[in-house]
Each structure stands twice: as C-alpha cells, then as structure tokens.
Design a protein around this ligand. Structure first.
Ligand code: BGC
Length: 748
C-alpha cells in the first residue's frame, strides 16, 4: 500500500485535484489509480463522451430510481438500502468508484430548486432514510459522496450566497442528517456546498470541514469540492478539503504554498493520504472484471420503490382502487410523457421507461386517452379541451395526470411560486363538470398549491417523480395491486406566504439570513397553529389501522423507549408508519418547537392482524443545542412523547420524566437573582441574605414589594448597586461567598 511519505511534494499536490472532470489523478509510477467518480444521486449518470459536459443527457443507460422527492415519502430505510445496493452494482459494471450522492440538505422552503433531489424538511427523517443509499452502495465496495455540506438550501445565487445561520439552527436542523450518516455509515466522501456559511465558503470552511466533521464526528473519508466550488486551493486545503473537482490545473500553486509556508506540509500529507486511502478502498470493486448487473431485477426494485413513494392525499368514498372492469379516461400528457426525474446534474438515462399508458396497456385496462394539454407554454387549444371532456364524459372514472413540466423546477434556479400551470387547472375543472369521479395523479418535485383545484377531484395521488418504473407503480396503486403507504416528507402549505422562511427568501445582497432559526416546516406550522393543506407525515392507505397500547418509559437519564401495537382493522394488507414526536421539557431554557420527529417505524400489517413496534429514543431525541454552553443539553424534567400517524394526527401523548444530562452550570456574578433562587446552593445563599437583611447585618430587600421582586428576578447580581446604591456591592459579594461556602459544605 502506498503511503503519503513515498510521494514527492508534487505528487502529493497532484492528488488533491482531479485528473479531469470525472477522474481522480493517478500516480502511475506507484500504481495509484485514477478511478472514475460521477453523479448520482438516484442512479448512475455516466457521461458517454468527452464533450458530454455540454450535453448532460448523453449518458450511459442506468436504472433511474425515484429521486429523493419520491423515495423520501417511503419512510422505508430498508427499501432505500436495496436501491443503494442496486446503484452500487451499476457502478461496478461501469467502473465508477464513487457515486455523487445522496444529497441531504434540508428543504428549508418548498420553492428551493433542488427540492426534488433532497429528502425532507426534517433532519431526522432525511438522515435516517438517505443513510440507506450510503450503506447500500458502500456494501458493494463503491463509495458515496454525501452532499452538499452544508446549507445549500436554495439555488438563487448558490455560487456566492452567504447563508447566515445560528449555530443552534445549524446543529439542530441543517447538520443532523449529515452527522447521523457520518457517524453511522462513514460515507467514503463528502461534497462541500458552493455557498458560504457564516462568511466562509463551503470549500474553505474550517469549522465545518475540520472542527465539526473530523474532530467532533470522527469522519474518516475525504471531502471533495462541488464542481467549481474551489476559489483558493491553499485556503481549501487548510480548511480541510482534500480534493478539488474538476481540476483548475493549479497544483503548482500548492507546491509553492508549502515552500513558502502558507500551507503546512503535514496538512497536505493528511489531505493526500485521504486520497490514497480512498483509492485503496475502491480497488477491489474496480478490479472486478466483466460484472453485469441485472436490468430486470433493478427495474423491479425501481417499481417497488416507486410504489412506496406514492402518497395518497385524498380518497373520497373509496373511489380508489378501481375494479378491473372500470372504464377509465386517462387525461393529461404526463400519462404518455412522464415527468419522472428532475433537471440538472442528476439527469439519468433510463434503461427502459414505462409510462402510465404503457402500464395500462400491459394490464389490458379498458381505457381511452386524451392528452388534454401540452407540456410546453403554448396556449391551450379547444381541440385538446374538447377531446378530453368528451373522453371524461363517456368513462366511469377519470385519471387526470397533472404536474409541473421539467422547465418549471430544476437545479440552478428556484421556483417563484407554488402554482400549478393554469391551463391544466382550467381543463381539470371542465373535466370535473362532466365527470366528478376524478383521480388526480400529480407529478412534481416539491409541494404545490392544492387549493382550490383539489375540490375538483375525489382522489389525489401525489406521485412526485417516480423514476423509470413510475407508470407501472401508479397503475399498481390505481387498481389495488399495491396499497399506498407513502407519507409526506414535507408540509404542503396553504399558501407559500405562510412559510416561515419567506421573510428571508431568497435573500439579497449575496446574503440570506435564516431568521426562522429552528422553526422550519412543520416545526413552525404546528407550533404556531398555522393551517396547512396537508401536514408533514400525512398519507392515506386502502387499509385502516389502529394504534394502541402505547407505553413510554425512561431507559436512562436521557433516553426512553416507546412501544405500541398497530392493528390492521381492514380486510386489506397494508403498511403504516408509526411516527414518534417529542415535546420539549416542561421548563425549557430556550424556545423550542412544540414537537419534533425523533423516531419512526414503517410496519407491514396483514389484514386483521396486529404487530408490536418499538422505537428507542436516545439523548439526541430530547436535546437542544445550547449556544451559551457550546454543546448539546438535555435538561431534567417532564417531556411529552407523541405517537402519531402524521404531525397533525396524534394518537397518544404520554410523558416521561428524565433526570437529564447532569450538566451543572456554576453561578457567578452574571447569574441573575432568579437563577440563584432556582439553584439549590444559590437558594440557600438568597435565604441567608434575606435573614441578614431582617437583622440589619445587610441591606434589606423589600420582600413585600412585588415591583422590586420582579425587577430583581432577571437582574444579574452584579447589578445590585443599581437598586441598593453602594451597599449593593455587599449583597453581590455576600451571595457569591455564601454560594461558594454552601457548595463546599454540601460537598459539590
Ligand atoms: C452539482 C453536484 C453534482 C456536480 C457534478 C454540481 O453542479 O451541484 O450535485 O454532483 O455538479 O455534476
């Protein structure tokens, strides 16, 4: 195995940039390979030719699994892992050592252009689902690149914008998905974000790349840049970035920086050693000859993944599923030309493609099709409308496929509104007039405005973007061969103006302030009782479930266990997602959301049967990030634990009393009178001071004067002279001395 000390300075420098846009730099003299790395994230996007950078769609065929917008609604990490394994196999066939994904940035605002590529507005869900991709791919000896670290939450000005985020919001919202995956699955690589975070570019951010990632979380892999995110090779290497992609052909600058002392050679050694280690990890898979993945098996995985990605939002009078003999009018161009993935660097060239029409034909369904509208911006024509209305009139039911055309959402820009295209909505209302049995099948990468058009439907399937087997999956759900089990991974606001981040969206002057702090998505809507169209975690099934026998017990000072029974009370087999939300402690020192998702389990329950589930809550489930203490805190007290089927459908709320993390904050002259009264030793000091006031040994505090009492409560004790003149200092000193003496006496 090659060690960094076997290399010349020039060779070390060379390892820290790519050989070209999609390869590491080899060192032929020592047999260090220059393997390939490429996109990601919901399948393999390997370019066909040298010039493909300008022709993003010219890539080798690979299975297009549902993008994260879809997969995240599955709430099924095991299924995500299967997808990961399949992706890993495709990488082996194509000699790709590292696939660039998954992306776990938070959907701070549904307008975010890359929402379709990201998992959730909730960090727990994002981390606990996307980890499946990392574990699955890496189980095949292929690396992943967890991206974009950190805070790529918008596309507007993404190459320059400075995201100003409090340390608390960062730790509680924007980092935990990365943290969980790093600590649990050790992704081989991480990709930095383009944007700045609190004044430092992602590619140079020492706090992110070194202090948090390596020193705190113990990351063992390498950090690469997003494509073109490096502006200063030396600053990046000093910050903790191993690899610049694609290369800027400036390795000589690195050599000069070592020579003139701007870059410590030991730091370069560390960065280069990471690259050598990475090549070694990939070697076994890359040396496998002739491996060919099974296209049909992978297509079948993509179909199952698509089925579980579908969220049934509405199903009045059990309109769905259809009987096999139902006469169906299929309306909408999407049924013929599916929107199955998002635009930009994640665009995959599928091995095969099943539209809804293909799938219905395959099953021998009795249907007619009318495209109804075009996917471009051209005016609606009366021919298209009339044909669609006619088709609807003569059918039992209408499947109305609608959604956002590809040009409306993509990497590179944000949406400016949540509206559905007007011509689709006009047609929908015309169709509903002649046939009210309308099932809307929605294709979109992020939330859309649901009112008022949803009243023109009796059922809605939110199908997101479903990858190459989406058509079959939708047909499976329509006819009941698959039972919907998806749950929303993001809230659907009634109006984008309700979104808490709108006040600071998308920023200006190259700055965006995350003023809503930790109150992102449902954390805001639920805390402040803001109505939504559909809540986080929501999704219907053809089955009905009862969740009962909920028990919550403490399992340690800062942990608890939840158990419950899920009964399928219907005659259809199905799956339910039991969601566990935690309420803050009764006395919380900081503002916290009314509840936060801290555990979930998706459970398949055969008709009429029951299954017991268990969710373990660790200390992080109860903790908040204290900016004052610079760390996680679990305060003692009573916490609420909710078992739910969406953030708004709480089945049971129990409480658990926790001892807490035992953190003791010493009092000092900056502690206030109220804090002294709450502290066991401080309270004694206050009592002694009051006694001495009564006997005249110290200035007396007017105990019956409510105004003074209230004033004192929040006053640091070093401000006593404000109320008591120069005698006030004696009170301050007495409190400090007596507090110290009591701690000494009681042995603390
Ligand atoms: C994207 C990354 C992608 C890279 C390579 C960048 O523009 O932000 O997600 O992996 O290009 O295509």
């Amino acid at each position: 195995m090659v060690d960094v000390h076997d290399l010349t300075l020039e060779e070390k420098a060379s390892l820290t940039s790519g050989g070209d846009a999609w390869h590491f730099q080899p060192i032929e003299r020592l047999g260090v390979p220059g393997y390939m790395l490429t996109d990601g994230p919901h399948g393999l996007r390997k370019e066909n030719s040298e010039v493909a950078a300008l022709d993003m769609k010219n890539t080798v065929p690979a299975t297009c699994f549902p993008p994260a917008a879809g997969m995240s609604s599955s709430w099924n990490p095991q299924l995500v892992r299967e997808v990961g394994v399949a992706m890993g196999e495709e990488c082996i066939q194509e000699d790709v050592a590292v696939i660039l994904g998954p992306g776990v940035n938070i959907k701070r605002n549904p307008l975010g252009g890359r929402s379709f590529e990201y998992w959730s507005e909730d960090p727990y869900l994002a981390g606990h689902e996307a980890i499946g991709i990392v574990e699955g791919v890496q189980s095949q000896g292929i690396g992943t690149s967890l991206k974009h670290y950190a805070a790529n939450n918008q596309e507007t000005d993404r190459l320059r914008i400075n995201a100003r985020i409090s340390e608390r919001a960062l730790r509680e919202i924007y980092l935990p998905a990365f943290e969980h995956i790093v600590k649990t699955a050790q992704p081989w690589t991480i990709m930095c974000a383009y944007n700045q975070l609190n004044g430092a570019f992602g590619s140079e951010n020492h706090h992110l790349l070194t202090e948090i990632l390596r020193d705190e979380w113990g990351f063992e892999g390498i950090v690469m840049s997003d494509w073109g995110a490096v502006h200063d090779r030396v600053a990046s290497l000093n910050g903790g970035l191993n690899l610049e992609m694609p290369p800027s052909y400036t390795d000589d600058e690195v050599v000069v920086a070592v020579k003139d002392g701007r870059l410590d050679e030991k730091q370069l050694d560390k960065m280069a050693q990471g690259m050598l280690d990475l090549a070694e990890k990939a070697r076994e898979a890359m040396e496998r000859e002739g491996f060919v993945f099974d296209k049909e098996t992978h297509h079948a995985i993509a179909r199952r993944a698509a089925q579980e990605s579908i969220v049934m939002l509405k199903n009045e009078n059990g309109l769905l599923p259809f009987a096999g003999t139902t006469k169906v009018a299929v309306i909408g161009e999407f049924a013929r030309t599916p929107r199955y993935q998002g635009g930009g660097s994640s665009h995959i060239h599928p091995t095969k493609m099943t539209s809804l029409l293909d799938a219905l034909e395959e099953r021998g369904t009795d249907f007619v099709f009318a495209p109804g509208f075009t996917l471009d911006r051209s005016e609606q024509t009366s021919e298209l409308t009339d044909a669609a209305v006619e088709a609807a009139r003569n059918a039992d039911v209408v499947v109305f496929t609608m959604g956002l055309p590809e040009e409306e959402e993509s990497e590179g820009f944000d949406r400016t509104h949540l509206d559905m295209p007007a011509k689709q909505l006009e047609l929908l209302s015309r169709v509903a007039e002649v046939n009210p049995n309308v099932v809307a099948v929605l294709s979109n990468g992020s939330a859309v405005q649901m009112n008022p058009w949803q009243d023109d439907t009796r059922a809605i399937l939110e199908t997101w973007l479903l990858g190459q087997a989406g058509g079959s999956a939708v047909a499976d759900i329509l006819f009941g061969d698959a039972n919907p089990s998806g749950k929303l991974a993001q809230s659907f606001p009634l109006d984008i103006k309700d979104d808490p981040s709108m006040v600071n969206w998308p920023g200006g002057d190259r700055i965006v302030d995350y003023g809503e702090g930790v109150f992102v998505g449902y954390r805001y809507y639920d805390t402040f009782d803001v109505d939504v169209a559909y809540p986080f975690g929501f999704g219907l099934s053809y089955s009905t479930f009862k969740v009962s026998d909920v028990r919550v017990e403490a399992t340690g000072d800062t942990s608890a266990r939840v158990t419950a029974r899920v009964t399928n009370t219907s005659d259809v087999d199905g799956a339910e997602v039991v969601q566990v939300y935690v309420n803050p402690a009764s006395e919380t020192p900081v503002e916290r959301p009314i509840h936060e998702l801290k555990g979930f389990v998706k459970v398949f329950v055969p008709a009429g049967e029951s299954v017991d589930v268990r969710v373990d809550l660790d200390d992080r489930a109860f903790a908040y990030w204290s900016e004052k203490d610079g760390g996680w805190r679990v305060v003692p007290g009573e916490y609420g634990v909710e078992v739910a089927t969406s953030s708004r459908d709480i089945v049971s709320r129990e409480t658990v009393t926790l001892i807490g993390d035992g953190f003791y904050e010493e009092l000092n002259e900056w502690s206030n009178y109220g804090e002294f009264k709450k502290d066991p030793y401080g309270a004694l000091a206050v009592e002694h001071m009051l006694e001495k006031g009564r006997t005249g040994e110290l200035p007396a505090i007017p105990e019956d004067n409510l105004g003074v009492q209230l004033f004192l409560e929040t006053m640091p004790i070093n401000s006593m002279p404000v109320l008591f003149g120069k005698d006030g200092k004696r009170l301050t000193q007495f409190l400090l001395d007596d507090y110290a003496a009591e701690r000494e006496r009681l042995g603390k």
